[in-house]
Structures are given as C-alpha cells and as structure tokens.
Design a binder for this molecule. Structure first.
Ligand SMILES: [Zn+2]
Ligand SMILES: [Zn+2]
Length: 292
C-alpha cells in the first residue's frame, strides 16, 4: 500500500535509449514527473499481473499521454483483462486517444520472448502468485568486438571493419589473412541482464532462468518470521528473495514490495544480507546503473 512515503510498484528500465515502464502502480506518473523522467519516451509498458498495486496508475498515465497529444504507438504487455478494463474507462470518459494502444497478451505457463530489437530481448518469467503473474527478463544481445584505434592500420574498407566487429579476420580476395581480429580489436563490452520478479512466493524453478544475471529485483514483502503469511498470500520473505539470488548466482539483488506493517526497512535489508550480502533496497527514486 502507499504508506510510509512509499509508493506501489513501478520501475523504469532504460536500455540503449529505449524506455520500458515495468508495472504502473498508483501515482506512477507523479513519481516519474518528480524524478524527471519524461512519459513521452515510454513506448512499452509491461504489467506483471492485475493486482491493483501493479497497474492502477495506468489510466492516469494514459490520460496524460492523451492530453499531451501523443501520437506514437504505445505497447502494453499484460495478462488478459487489461484491454477490457481500459476500454470501459476510456469509453465512459469519451476520450479517444490519438495514439494506438497495442495490446500484447501474456501467458504464465512458460517463458517466452515478448520483445526484441537490435539491442535487447525481453523474456517472461512465470511466477508463483495468487493470480497469473509473470516477471520480465531483460537481456542485452552479444555486443560487437571493439575496434582498437591504437593498432588499426589506415585504409581498411567498411566491409573489413564490419568483419572485425563480428570477430572475423581481415582477408584478401584469395582468402589469405591480412590481419587477425585479435590484433585489431578489443573484447566486446559485457552484455547486461536484469530480471524483475514482482509478486511471487519462493519459487525454485526461477533459479535456472535467472542463473548468472547481473541484477535481480525480487519482491520481499515479509520478514522470515512471517513465513507462513508469505505462503498464504503467495509472497516472499527477505530471506527467500536472498536465497533465490544466491542459488542463481546473480550479481546484485534489489528487494522491494514491502508490507505496510514495516515502517523501517533496514531489518528486511539486514535479513537478506545474511544470505546474500550484495543486496539493496529498491526505494523511491533510486537509480541503479548496470555497468557494461
Ligand atoms: Zn499481487
Ligand atoms: Zn503486489
């Protein structure tokens, strides 16, 4: 719930100039405005599931896009029902947006790629919750080798540079090697990965899909002493989130979605850090950069 200065679920993921909004809880657009993120740059909104704390900010955001005379298509990824909810609301307000809303239905049974461009793929992560719920795994594609300007001879053709970037040697027409790619290139930059696991109970099948990713966001609604409550409501404890992070060997863990019963978050953080030291709180307005 929006209490203790905290807001409901919403994250902005920026990769190679593309902005993805991940969940859109109540007040999302006010928070975006407060932290100076333009809503015009958002072309894709991913909704993990249809509990109110994950999508009730959507209509307000869409209405502002409409008022701002947006014309670009907006892609909405969600489980079934969202289209119906929004259509009714727009119908009765007699608002006809000048932009197209493209609905992409999700299924929660198995992982599937729902978005792909030159730089990144987004794959769904089936979660274990009270209703159909999926997380999202953002993976950058393998990057090209970098040309080493220090060793690069003059006069190479564009095709030869392209071959180097693919990790191939420069050859002459007869196929003889003129330059090896090792001598003219540096290794590719690291292809980054980020997983968003919104509402879920402790779910070991996640481990395989999350193995070795750079950053994992995993909900930690409760502390371990409320473990039975976590099971009942299909949420996780801080210890459980950290256990998934540890078993998946991720680089960093962010925890969030804290129950309204906790005014102070430090105990949740400390509990998670016992299991997985590289844990941080996903708090309002915080930015986490993943290095290449
Ligand atoms: Zn939920
Ligand atoms: Zn929730």
């Amino acid at each position: 719930m929006p209490v203790h200065g905290r807001f409901t679920a919403c994250q902005l993921v920026e990769i190679q100039n593309e902005h993805f909004l991940v969940d859109c809880g109540e007040g999302a657009q006010m928070q975006l405005h407060r932290f100076q993120h333009s809503i015009h740059r958002i072309n894709h909104i991913l909704i993990s599931h249809l509990h109110g704390d994950h999508f009730l900010g959507l209509l307000g955001l869409l209405f502002s896009m409409h008022m701002n005379k947006r014309t670009n298509d907006l892609h909405l990824y969600s489980h079934r029902g969202l289209e119906e909810i929004l259509t009714v609301q727009l119908k009765h307000s007699r608002s006809v947006p000048q932009f197209r809303i493209v609905f992409h239905p999700l299924q929660a049974e198995h992982p599937e790629v729902i978005f792909e461009n030159k730089h990144v793929t987004i794959e769904t992560i089936p979660l274990l919750h009270k209703i159909e719920c999926t997380g999202f795994l953002f993976k950058e594609k393998e990057k090209p080798y970098r040309i080493n300007k220090e060793t690069l001879p003059e006069g190479l053709l564009i095709q030869q540079l392209a071959a180097l970037k693919r990790g191939e040697d420069v050859v002459d027409d007869a196929g003889n090697i003129l330059y090896t790619h090792q001598s003219l290139t540096l290794p590719p930059r690291h292809a980054r990965s980020y997983a968003y696991c919104s509402d879920t109970h402790y779910h070991e099948p996640l481990i395989e899909q999350l193995r070795g990713i750079d950053v994992l966001y995993h909900e930690a609604t409760f502390m371990e002493e409320e473990k039975s409550k976590a099971w009942e409501t299909k949420h996780s404890t801080a210890t459980q989130a950290a256990t998934i992070a540890k078993k998946s060997s991720v680089g960093k863990l962010l925890i969030g979605h804290f129950s309204a019963r906790y005014r102070e978050l430090d105990p949740l953080l400390q509990e998670a850090r016992v299991v997985f030291p590289n844990t941080f709180l996903a708090e309002e307005g915080k930015t986490f950069q993943i290095d290449e």
